[in-house]
Design a protein around this ligand. Sequence first.
Ligand code: ADP
Length: 697
Amino acid sequence: MSADPRSLDAAETRRRPPAAQRWALWFFLSAIVGGLLVTLIWLAGRYEASREQERLERDAAEALSDVRSAMGRNVQSLQALQAGSPGVQAWGAEAQRLLHERREMLRIEWRDAQLGVRAAVDTPYRPPVFARLGRASAQADVQLACANARRSSGAGYAASYFVPQADGLGLEVLELCLPQLAGGQITGFVVATYSLADILANLVSPHLTRSQEVSFTEADGTRLALHGSTRRGTRVFSAQQLLDLPGYTLVLRLDSWRGQPDVFPNVLTALVTAMSIALLAVLFLLGKDTRRRLQAEHELAEALAFRKAMEDSLVTGLRARDLRGRTTYINPAFCAMVGFAPEELIGRDAPMPYWPPELAGEYQKRQEIRLAGHNAPPREGFESVFMRKDGTRFPVLIIEAPLIDARGVQTGWMSAFLDISEQRRIEELSRASQERLQATARLATVGEMASLLSHELNQPLAAISSYATGSLNLLEPRAGGVDPADLQLALRRIAEQAERAGRVIKSVHDFVRRRDKAREPVAPQALIDAVMPLVGLQARKLGVQVVTRIAPQLPAVLVDRTMVEQVLLNLARNAMQAMDAAGVAQPALVIAVRQAGGGSTSGNATGTEAGWLEFSVADRGPGIPDEVREQLFTPFFTTKAEGMGLGLSLCRTVVEQHGGFLAFEANRPQGTIFRFTLPAEGAAAHAPALPAEATTA
Ligand code: ADP
């Protein structure tokens, strides 16, 4: 793999010939192959023709030798006729037998020395040849033949001639003359008349005439006699042989026909043609294959270019190493990350130049372990520190995976690198701001605690102050003197309230710290009793009648006692203040406790509601106007000049911390009822729903 995509592209264009050149190459190749094939077929055709010609020549020679030897045999047979000076009768019988045997001879005559006919026999196979014209018409030819015979003292022939026949046709005949010698003197002649057509039909072997035409012609080509198959095809092959008879020369001609044009003249040509077609087919397939290859090559180049573009545009650094730890590939992002050029890194072995020198030993060990294949790299990657070329260190996240080739064999390791300096910076920033936030939150908590304390301490302090004022009043000199019992009670109340203030401080502190305070089971009666002295104090001051209604046999509630007392105190105080502010004629406060679910103590509560107690504080005040209703539980919301607006929000928080609900509803005929639920000992985990008419905030 090369790190420079440009050099790759350049090499690619150099290697690939332009399309026109490629097409020209294909054109030439096709032309050459085509030319070769045409030549081959033509040569094969010519070869075939020459073979045919040769065969024909051989056949012609064979036919000629057939004719020649048969005619020689005939001459001997004719000579044998005269042997032993036979009588005319006996000669006739013998000649008859000969003509019976030799169909090519039409007539045999015995002539005297002056060529007068002594005896004559005609062939039994056809009507006498000279019946129409008379034998005398051929006298000249007979004389010529016998003159030749006389001159050579052997068989002599004369030129053939045409004898018309009764059936309208005619015969080309040839005269043969044999001299009859006795004591060196010619005593007579045997004249035989050959039919040229019958010579061809009977003397040439049938296998030669079966598929070709055999004929006698004159030297100038005039056809004299013909035998053989009818013409087929258009192309003619001819072979000629000379039949030189003493006194006359004939041309024996053999004609053979062949189809023309003959595309597949023989097996050889067919084979060559088939091979040519196969070659063309292979060429075609090769062409198709090349086209497919070109297409694939093109697609591959595109895929490669796409992958390169992808690799180059990545911000993740990529690096491949072989199994010996040598770097074989890096992408531009990696080079940019470490600041080294590709040439400085490719082919490099450990220690790499981007390893900080102080960590090189550790990295070297890590690499050795990795290459030995002892431990697989973690999938989620691991962090490391690299060094840029300028010496600055930066943290990287490395994700390594084995590099598997197409055959599934591991060829090395592939690593991805993420520069996480920016991430680190952001983490640091967020950590700092988190710390600042926590500090702010702590400050806010302190503020909240201070507000709560000041709010909750108001009551015990006010109580202490009024008990102290009362005690001082008691100590004033008067007639009856001081009743120590009164003073003792006042001082005890002061001590109680001081202690209560201490508890408030502690539980408010715990509450703000959200510490889970150990809850304790407290009887509802005990809770009411604990708040009654303070409630009674204020009630007496404001002239409010306080009524408590505690259902019998209620279980204890599991609560943070002080906080719940605060809730009761807050609600009672709010109720009395509201009635006082509105100037209600007969102010009355009802504090009630019963089983939750709206039922009586008899326990018609459903299973889920069992174990929850409902506390209610009802007044006959002016009720809560709509505009106040929405903000009732908002901290610091108050309608009173000296109010802090924290009471109800604190109450709700406390009740909800116990798992209960705090809600309010209008009281009939006037006023407000605040209700809240608390878990009885061993209660279900969740609070029961409050009555439907209750408005939860
Ligand atoms: P604070 O008592 O300091 O004002 P609270 O949160 O206890 O703060 O009460 C908020 C407001 O709710 C009161 O200012 C008052 O207007 C209203 N409120 C509370 N209880 C009653 C009630 N029983 N009847 C009428 N108004 C009430």
